[in-house]
Design a protein around this ligand. Structure first.
Ligand code: LLP
Length: 442
């Protein structure tokens, strides 16, 4: 991990805490989140976009996309570093509100917000709601009117730029559920502007996630700005939100564009389109999730079994089973995501044997790290660290095979504290209406 250091004695620390002590104290599997790492990424991202926008005389607000990892503590860290927070459901909204942040700094997303969720957002004074469909215009308008309020809204626009992992390709007719088409957005803007209970403050788009280059973002920004320019004839628009999706390095093979370069490239594309159309530049907003928390998280596992499997090719692969898996990190199973792993419980841990780190779930696809060189004598009791697990691991975690979810521990300056407690089997049994409450924990 970016923040993990092995000292002269071979002790690996994260946030100043020896990882073996963390594993012994809190158990494994364990999500470890480096507070300074999250704060530094938040600061760096905010500064990069603010500087790029300032060069063109406008402001840039950075929302942290809470779906990547949401807990009250993390909400406080990122808002403390000057970020706003993007939530995508009533549940995420509840966490952000419970963290005690100013509701005006919350943006609310989602393609199927319920009336209850909308009412909660409107009542609590959420800053902006992003409208995803024509039906939602009427739904939010009704709720706002019933509360005697005027809700600030953005239109989510599908720019037609489809970003796929490290690449992008333009598709005129995107076949996906989010947002309005460029032409649909024109009608939506007209309708919203007729409704007294709604205030159209801007446009929003998000082209995808874990994107490495600037080109797709720049192309999408140009298209959205063209729409923004067309819509100015019907009234003011103060902000264009260009979403998140900035890629991070999961393994040494990944080479994402530095955020400063991305920020400059995207903001310059907005400026160029505005200049070409002779319109003033809007304020900008961005919504990174992964780029804020991804690299600050490390998952610790304990090795349980090892088993060499001779392949027909003549290669022997060492299967290393750990005490978690697809319930705490679904990304390899869902997306074929690649991670790395290393043994952190020994002074020297040079990797020499081709290994596959797998979980304890009843699926062959329950892979944690597909291919990694690990010490040949790796054995039960060794602690493995899997870096870059801060984003979309805890948030996608599940209870497959009735495996309780691990705790999340925050580390900083050599101190560790639980910020989300782990589940017990009793927590899981408590939901089963056919089981009488018990005293014991399995
Ligand atoms: N804004 C919107 C509207 C989004 O839909 C997303 C992500 C983001 C911002 C933040 O994207 P980020 O900066 O984190 O890439 N579960 C997948 C990622 C799904 C992302 C969904 N939307 C994964 O584990 O890779």
């Amino acid at each position: 991990p970016a923040d993990a250091v092995r000292d002269a004695e071979g002790v690996v620390r994260i946030g100043g805490c020896p990882v073996t002590e963390l594993a012994a104290r809190f158990g494994t599997p364990l999500y470890v989140l480096d507070e300074d790492g999250v704060r530094a990424a938040a600061r760096r991202t905010r500064t990069a976009f603010a500087a790029a926008a300032e060069r063109h005389g406008v402001s840039a607000r950075v929302y942290y996309a809470g779906k990547a990892f949401l807990s009250a503590e993390v909400v406080r860290w990122v808002t403390d570093e000057g970020l706003a927070v993007d939530v995508a459901t009533g549940g995420e909204l509840a966490v952000a509100l419970a963290a005690g942040i100013d509701p005006a700094r919350i943006g609310f997303h989602g393609n199927n917000k319920s009336v209850r969720e909308i009412a909660h957002a409107v009542e609590t004074g959420v800053g902006t709601i992003v409208i995803d469909s024509p039906i939602e215009i009427e739904r939010i308008a009704q709720v706002a009117a019933a509360h005697g309020m005027r809700q600030r809204v953005l239109i989510r626009v599908n720019s037609g730029v489809h970003a796929e992992t490290h690449d992008f390709l333009a598709t005129a007719h995107e076949d996906q559920k989010f947002g309005f088409t460029l032409t649909g957005a024109v009608a939506a803007a007209a309708r919203i502007r007729e409704v007294a209970a709604l205030e159209l403050v801007g446009l929003h788009c998000h082209i995808g996630s874990q994107i490495f280059g600037t080109a797709g973002f720049a192309e999408s920004a140009s298209r959205i700005v063209a729409l923004y320019s067309d819509l100015l004839s019907g009234g003011e628009l103060e902000v264009v939100n260009l979403g998140g999706g900035f890629g991070i390095a999961y393994t040494s093979a990944d080479t994402p564009t530095p955020i400063e370069q991305l920020a400059d490239g995207i903001v310059d594309a907005v400026a160029a389109e505005c200049a070409a159309r002779g319109v003033r530049m809007p304020n900008l907003a961005f919504e990174p999730g992964r780029a804020i928390v991804g690299r600050a998280g490390v998952t610790l596992y304990e090795v349980g079994t090892t088993k060499p499997v001779a392949l027909e090719s003549g290669v022997t692969r060492l299967y290393v089973s750990v005490d978690g898996g697809m319930s705490d990190n679904a990304r390899p199973a869902l997306y074929g995501a690649q991670y790395s792993a290393r043994v952190v419980s020994r002074a020297t841990a040079a990797g020499s044997t081709l290994a596959r780190v797998v979980g304890k779930h009843c699926e062959a696809g329950d892979i944690v790290v597909d291919a990694e060189y690990l010490p040949a004598d790796i054995a039960a009791g060794d602690i493995l660290a899997v870096p870059a697990t801060g984003a979309y691991c805890f948030s996608l975690s599940n209870n497959y095979n009735f495996v309780p979810r691990p705790p999340v521990v925050a580390v900083r300056d050599g101190a560790a504290r639980v910020i989300v407690r782990g589940e017990t089997v009793d927590d899981l049994l408590a939901r089963d209406a056919g089981i009488a409450p018990t005293e014991g924990t399995v």
